[in-house]
Design a protein around this ligand. Structure first.
Ligand code: OOG
Ligand code: NI
Length: 301
């Protein structure tokens, strides 16, 4: 059985990338640019550091629901992060097999929002009386991947979307975009020497006209200095609201991460450095700013 679960996980991860690429034209621009510069010789050479999802922290939804999918495939739950201002919780997950990307799942602390915002969210989620993940037939991997793009609630009205937007851009994003892959992350330290530092890679991104999230600076750096992250500003997707109104709203984005070698392994030659020798996990201060990649304030720059 182990083999089949493993193949299923590969298939699931690959299937999540397909609608993501359609929603995020920057992905092709970046991959083509990387091919052109000789950073990679084929798309599969890119190492995916992690992928991320957003959810609503409500009974039957939220992290404890969505995480079941990844726990099923052998992922292990790691650290908790709290974002008081954005009213979010998050956890990250790792797979015992190093080739699989980390997973980052966040959820909106719905009960911390105003009564009005809670009422809007309730309007869409009130019929969810059991955990939808419990109904997935895991024997059928396409059912698992379809879950990420299928609707758990009705399309929002433009009015409701805009009211949520005023109070929580994250809430508005989830009410429309649901479980669509929020980003995948290009591992920068795995690239050839000329491009394996984030400063250099960001210069390349700007040369191909990728707009970078500049909240807290273009490069977000962990307190220990060992995790550096940057991200694109989410491009707009056409959104059809209930009542057939159509506007463009922020979709998904791309992230870039450089994990430095831990001090205890600094004497190892580069050829011996593996994933385990580098800074792992996430950083609250970095993540707090990366969330803003889907914010209107970043779009307007
Ligand atoms: C996730 C933002 C945080 C990271 O790597 O710290 C993050 C999101 O925008 O949902 O991706
Ligand atoms: Ni991320």
């Amino acid at each position: 059985m182990k083999f089949s679960t493993e193949n299923d996980l590969n298939e699931l991860l690959n299937s999540l990338i397909i609608p993501y690429k359609e929603r995020v034209p920057d992905v092709y621009r970046i991959i083509n640019g990387m091919l052109e510069k000789g950073m990679i010789s084929k798309e599969e050479d890119i190492i995916n550091d992690h992928i991320a999802f957003r959810t609503l922290g409500l009974p039957y939804l939220g992290i404890t629901s969505l995480e079941k999918i990844f726990l099923h495939y052998g992922y292990e739950k790691r650290d908790y992060y709290f974002f008081p201002e954005k009213k979010l919780n998050a956890f990250w997950y790792s797979h015992p097999e190093n080739k699989y990307p980390r997973i980052f799942i966040s959820e909106l602390r719905v009960s911390d929002l105003s009564q009005n915002a809670q009422k809007i969210i309730q309007k869409y989620t009130k019929n969810i009386n059991s955990d939808p993940v419990d109904y997935i037939d895991f024997k059928n991997v396409s059912e698992v991947s379809d879950f990420f793009t299928s609707a758990l609630w009705e399309l929002p009205t433009l009015d409701d979307y805009q009211s949520l937007l005023e109070e929580s851009e994250y809430a508005a994003w989830v009410i429309y975009n649901r479980y669509y892959l929020n980003h995948f992350t290009i591992s920068i330290h795995d690239l050839p020497e000329d491009y394996n530092r984030l400063e250099k890679f960001n210069d390349f991104l700007k040369s191909i006209e990728i707009k970078l999230n500049n909240s807290g600076g273009e490069i977000k750096e962990s307190r220990d200095g060992l995790l550096k992250q940057s991200s694109s500003v989410a491009g707009k997707v056409r959104a059809n609201f209930l009542g057939s109104e159509v506007i463009e709203i922020p979709g998904s984005y791309v992230e870039f991460a450089q994990r430095l070698v831990l001090p205890e392994f600094s004497d190892l030659p580069l050829s011996k450095i593996k994933k385990d020798h580098r800074r792992d996990g996430f950083e609250t201060g970095n993540a707090d700013k990366i969330f803003e990649s889907t914010y209107e304030s970043q779009q307007l720059k």
